[in-house]
Design a protein around this ligand. Structure first.
Ligand SMILES: [Zn+2]
Ligand SMILES: [Zn+2]
Length: 539
């Protein structure tokens, strides 16, 4: 240890348990400890610390208001769930790990009920949500139930974030609801870490240390106590493979889902008919714009961007390249009129408006259809925690598109999004899914409202591809000797490519080998053999 040169701040940024968590994270994701310590807290704003200096170092150990008057109003939603009582008792004891699969209309209520069980034992709760805007309905529901005891740690400017972080550390809040960084909140006496919409892609950090909120939540509660609840309508394969007790409604609560073949121009007559009587509906159309330019009308060649060769898309009356945004010009002849394959959200909005008896909108920001009657057309960015939908109809327009998307987890993500959207048809609506492959396991999972069989099958395919669910994956970049050095760790799978004088290895390991592997990568980095390690890259 080097001598201390300068005191940076009077604030203590982590305690012993958080340091332990940081060390585990550093090892698991093969990231420098300093990088991990950097993500434990937001950037400092020194001006805020003069306010904080007056408070002692976390003197307040017990929750501020152990018995809020609000709690009486929390409905006992989980009591009607299979395994719900056991989960509530475990939260009361601040131990245990659960997979919670709520009914769509209960998503917010179960989070509130779980937090109530934690607060009732005078402990604190962390709720991690994947998105900050619009304010997730789960956050709004927690605020409504527990008032000022809840800190919304969602976005905000640098100063506000640091101020909130200091307040959390000083014990001024009993509940924090926030995005990824909230999983590291400096709360004491944590009785519950609750991960909302566990299968959302934003729970994984795309920057070093590339951690996943699920894994940090599991490890934090393992190290420092607290129950851990992973909640999702459709959990990830990773969460399902943990073999946790599953808590779900005792009765089946899923809308009637009808699968129809997409008709001409991607609209089944069944769907067009249904639109006539819909008062509130959501049409899930993940492709933006009006359609894709297929051929040049002037020369008849396949359409491609003249500047970069990218795909040309018609959007808002203009054809533009989706890669470089240049105006659409034919790469062969310079022509600017194209044959368009229609199917984007703009196109859907147009034909839906001709059939519907209520207004059809494609809002710029995600929201549910208006209560006065409306059909909303939107893509992935619309499927958020907007609260119970109570819609008459939800349609998934092109379920077959998910199978065309690359990536090992692409289908699993697609199913998770479909399930969240279709869930908006609860409690009294129905859903129509357009697919040419009605027996596809993902489509069948959507019909049943149960992803178990789909996840089991995906698991088999992942194992066959050499990347079994739950096996840590690393992308290692380095120079000569890298391949041989990595082979010593007996990876389950090792894919090697070279790029110039760089070697790039993608490997899957048994979980038990990670500590040894992690140490070895640090040594190899010192020797110059390893340049960079990325944990859990998107495959
Ligand atoms: Zn281009
Ligand atoms: Zn042309």
């Amino acid at each position: 240890m080097l001598p201390v040169m300068r005191l940076v701040s009077p604030v203590r940024f982590f305690d012993e348990p958080m340091l332990q968590l940081a060390r585990w994270t550093s090892e698991r994701y093969v990231a420098p400890l300093a990088t991990v310590l950097g993500v434990l807290s937001p950037p400092r704003v020194a001006g805020e610390e003069t306010v904080a200096a007056g408070t002692s170092d976390g003197a307040e150990h017990r929750p501020a208001n152990p018995e809020g008057p609000e709690e009486a109003t929390v409905p006992a939603t989980l009591s009607g769930y299979r395994g719900g009582t056991e989960m509530l008792e475990a939260i009361g004891r601040a131990s245990g790990t659960f997979l919670l699969r709520p009914a769509p209309e209960d998503e917010q209520a179960v989070a509130v009920h779980a937090v109530k069980a934690c607060l009732a034992q005078a402990r604190r709760a962390i709720v991690v949500v994947p998105e900050a805007t619009p304010v997730p309905a789960t956050a709004t529901a927690l605020r409504a139930a527990f008032g000022d005891r809840v800190c919304l740690y969602l976005g905000g400017d640098k100063r506000q974030r640091y101020r909130d972080w200091l307040a959390l550390r000083d014990g001024r809040y009993d509940v924090v609801v926030g995005t990824r960084p909230a999983v590291f909140s400096p709360l004491r006496d944590v009785g519950l870490v609750y991960v909302s919409r566990e299968s959302h892609a934003a729970h994984r950090d795309d920057r070093a240390p590339y951690h996943h909120v699920r894994d940090i939540a599991l490890q934090r509660t393992r190290l420092s106590g607290g129950a851990c609840v992973l909640a999702a309508l459709c959990p990830t394969g990773e969460a399902a493979a943990l073999g946790l007790p599953v808590v779900m409604p005792a009765d089946r609560r899923w809308p009637l889902v009808e699968v129809v073949r997409p008709g001409p121009e991607g609209r089944a007559s069944r769907l067009v008919q249904a639109l006539r009587t819909v008062r509130r509906g959501f049409l899930y159309a993940p492709m933006p714009g009006y359609g894709v330019a297929e051929v040049c009308r002037t020369c008849g060649q396949p359409a491609a961007c003249a500047s970069c060769g990218g795909l040309l898309r018609a959007e808002s009356g203009q054809v533009r390249c989706i890669v470089c945004s240049s105006l659409g010009v034919c790469a062969v002849c310079g022509g600017s009129t194209f044959g368009i394959r229609r199917g984007g959200a703009e196109h859907v909005e147009r034909w839906a408006a001709r059939s519907a008896s209520v207004p059809v909108a494609r809002p710029s920001r995600p929201r549910l259809p208006k209560l006065t009657g409306e059909i909303v057309v939107g893509g992935t960015e619309f499927v958020r925690d907007l609260g119970p939908g109570d819609l008459d109809l939800v349609a998934v327009l092109d379920a077959d598109a998910a199978a065309r998307r690359p990536g090992l987890a692409a289908r699993e993500r697609a199913l998770a999004i479909w399930m969240e959207a279709v869930g908006w048809a609860r409690p009294a609506g129905r859903a129509i899914v357009q697919s040419s492959h009605p027996s596809d396991p993902a489509v069948q999972a959507l019909v049943r409202g149960n992803p178990d069989r789909f996840l089991a099958r995906e698991g088999e395919q992942r194992a066959a591809a050499g990347f079994p669910v739950g096996a840590p994956v690393f992308r290692v970049i380095g120079g000569d000797g890298l391949e041989a050095a990595l082979a010593e760790h007996r990876p389950l799978t090792s894919l090697v490519t070279t790029l110039g004088n760089r070697t790039i290895c993608l490997l899957a390991l048994e979980a038990g080998r990670v500590p040894g592997f992690s140490r070895a990568m640090r040594d190899l980095a010192v020797e110059g053999v390893v340049e960079r390690v990325e944990a859990e890259p998107h495959l």
